[in-house]
Write a protein that binds this ligand. Structure first.
Ligand code: NAD
Length: 287
């Protein structure tokens, strides 16, 4: 099937980036969220990002304008009915995602692939909420979506070869590199990244070094563009804790147990960049 119309469900950090990536590569996008204000913010963010690309001369002014007009914001799920492909990037909540997949399974044509951008919920479980488990798949983008090249393509138990091939081709058309992985806790990306972040938090907790020093070791010694504690603040400490819990519950080895300091930071509401304080502090963003 030729994929021209795409529905993106959820317009937060990831959803607006995904919508932008599809629109700049020529797709019409129905961007659907329950929250009107978030939709307005998402369009403003996309417009700002496209403007930045024009300044950097990676996009012409006409291309940026055309991309923006291809995105149609909406609050009604029914606006996804005409989509040839759907990718869900709503809040990371198991029950919500299952409900959304049941809803969009009923709304979308039977041949349409339903993808999820979840970071940690088993794709097989989400697929079971639909009548098309062979056409449900993980399409895991990375933040910021317009910049990051990787798409982890996650095969659930019943995902068909054709679905997998279509999603890989689509990712390539967005200028991304797809990497196929199996449906396992944390997939590959978070199974490797979260233990690194968790261990950096343990080192801080035990007083091995301060946050600045730990990050400097990884940046200058291992050529990481961002230290693990700064990266944790960027991802969100609540998100890091939730993913680490999934690894611990799903893989059952004590090495995945979240560090007590991570739990304390989240309990205190120190969630990283978004709350102004995590392992580092952040000035309030201008509204
Ligand atoms: P976010 O909180 O920024 O955005 C979530 C959006 O979903 C909000 O705008 C919310 O209004 C919307 N939403 C909630 N219920 C909805 C519904 N019923 N229908 C439509 N929209 C609904 O979250 P995010 O960081 O963009 O994460 C979205 C998904 O992407 C999650 O599954 C997350 O695990 C995954 N993810 C996040 C990152 C990251 O770095 N933030 C990276 C990869 C994957």
């Amino acid at each position: 099937m030729d994929i021209r119309n795409v529905a993106v469900i959820g317009c937060g950090t990831m959803g607006n980036g995904i919508a932008q990536a599809f629109a700049t590569s020529g797709h019409d996008v129905a961007l659907i969220d329950v929250n009107d204000e978030r939709l307005r913010q998402a369009l403003a963010t996309i417009e700002k990002n496209l403007g930045r690309m024009v300044k950097k001369e990676t996009l012409t002014e006409n291309e940026a304008r055309a991309a923006l007009t291809r995105i149609r914001p909406a609050t009604e799920p029914a606006k996804a009915a005409g989509a040839d492909f759907l990718v869900e990037a709503a809040t990371e909540n198991r029950d919500l995602k299952k409900k959304l997949f049941a809803t969009y399974d009923a709304l979308c044509r039977p041949e349409v692939i339903l993808a999820t951008n979840t970071s940690s919920i088993p794709i097989t479980e989400i697929a079971a909420a639909t009548r098309r488990p062979d056409r449900v798949i993980g399409m895991h983008f990375f933040n910021p979506v317009p910049v990051m090249k990787l798409v982890e393509v996650i095969r659930a138990l019943d995902t068909s070869d054709a679905t997998c091939a279509t999603v890989k081709t689509l990712a390539t058309r967005l200028g991304k590199t797809p990497v196929e992985v199996k449906d396992s806790p944390g997939f590959v990306s978070n199974r490797l990244l979260m233990p690194l972040i968790n261990e950096a938090i343990h080192a801080l907790h035990e007083g091995v070094a301060d946050a600045e020093a730990i990050d400097t070791v990884m940046k200058l010694g291992m050529a990481h563009p961002m230290g693990p504690l700064r990266l944790a603040d960027f991802i969100g400490l609540d998100v890091c804790l939730a993913i680490t819990e999934v690894l611990w519950q799903g893989l059952g080895q004590t090495k995945y147990l979240p560090c007590p300091l991570l739990r304390k930071m989240v309990a205190a509401g120190h969630l990283g960049e978004k709350s102004g304080r995590g392992f580092f502090t952040y000035p309030e963003k201008p509204k």
